[in-house]
Design a protein around this ligand. Sequence first.
Ligand SMILES: Nc1ncnc2c1ncn2[C@@H]1O[C@H](COP(=O)(O)OP(=O)(O)OP(=O)(O)O)[C@@H](O)[C@H]1O
Ligand SMILES: [Mg+2]
Length: 278
Amino acid sequence: MDSQSDNPLLEVSDLTVAFGGRPVVHGISFAIRQGQTLGLVGESGSGKSATSLALLRLLPPSAQVTGSITFAGQNLLALPEPEMRRQRGSGIAMIFQEPMSALNPAMTVGQQIAEAVQAHHPEMDRNAIKKKVLEAMHDVALPDPAARFGHYPHQFSGGQRQRILIAMALVNRPRLLIADEPTTALDVTVQAQILELLASLRRSHSLAMLFISHDLAVVAQACGQPGDQVAVMQHGRIVEQAPAAELFRAPQHPYTRRLLASTPTMQTDRGLPLASLA
Ligand SMILES: Nc1ncnc2c1ncn2[C@@H]1O[C@H](COP(=O)(O)OP(=O)(O)OP(=O)(O)O)[C@@H](O)[C@H]1O
Ligand SMILES: [Mg+2]
């Protein structure tokens, strides 16, 4: 088992993604161990989502992907599609930025989480599935799962919908969670609650996480445990990677410094304009 050895759970090496011959991710490499979070930060268009979609092989066929992606000892880029489908959800799960568009408005949330279970456990009967769904809703602290099982997405708040997506992502107990801007659509208070939830789920599930954001302050919160790393992406390249605490204390790359300078802190003089990323 790689959990007992020194092998990382995910190892990405020299990954390149190109569209029509134009590379948008240029030979990036990183690794994530069980229980560890890697924060991937960079401005809009730097290639963060292209990277995360490449890991799950969810890019359109027009994308050319090269390099290697090893997950739990398997080369994902060489995996036949049926096995890749098995990995999606049960090995690696993903939550997206927009909780409303990722949910089906015409299906109850209970049914939607149940479908995620069924996809990986066709042998399970209705009662066993429902029990698993209620447990997952409970895990993400949705109030009164039994009563809310039959409700539709529009009957939940934005933060609750994001909790439903997290429940759906984690119901099959994946080992790696990819969270691509999971809090960007939420207001600051709800954002903090979701970050706390992810932190507690990491501990209870010993989950590895790739946490993607354009916002360094959010990445700092998501990468708050010892051993967590942050990688800074600019124009498709990782320009700096370091343990989270170190990167925030002593950023080395000029781009990281500019990103940090453009993040307001408690010490920021609110009378002055924020530094720009030009
Ligand atoms: N399907 C596609 N076809 C062509 N180009 C694409 C496609 N998807 C992404 N790109 C291009 O790849 C580059 C990186 O996009 P990506 O979505 O990875 O950025 P990002 O870092 O996730 O940005 P954001 O913070 O806005 O989400 C952009 O220039 C984008 O236009
Ligand atoms: Mg993106």
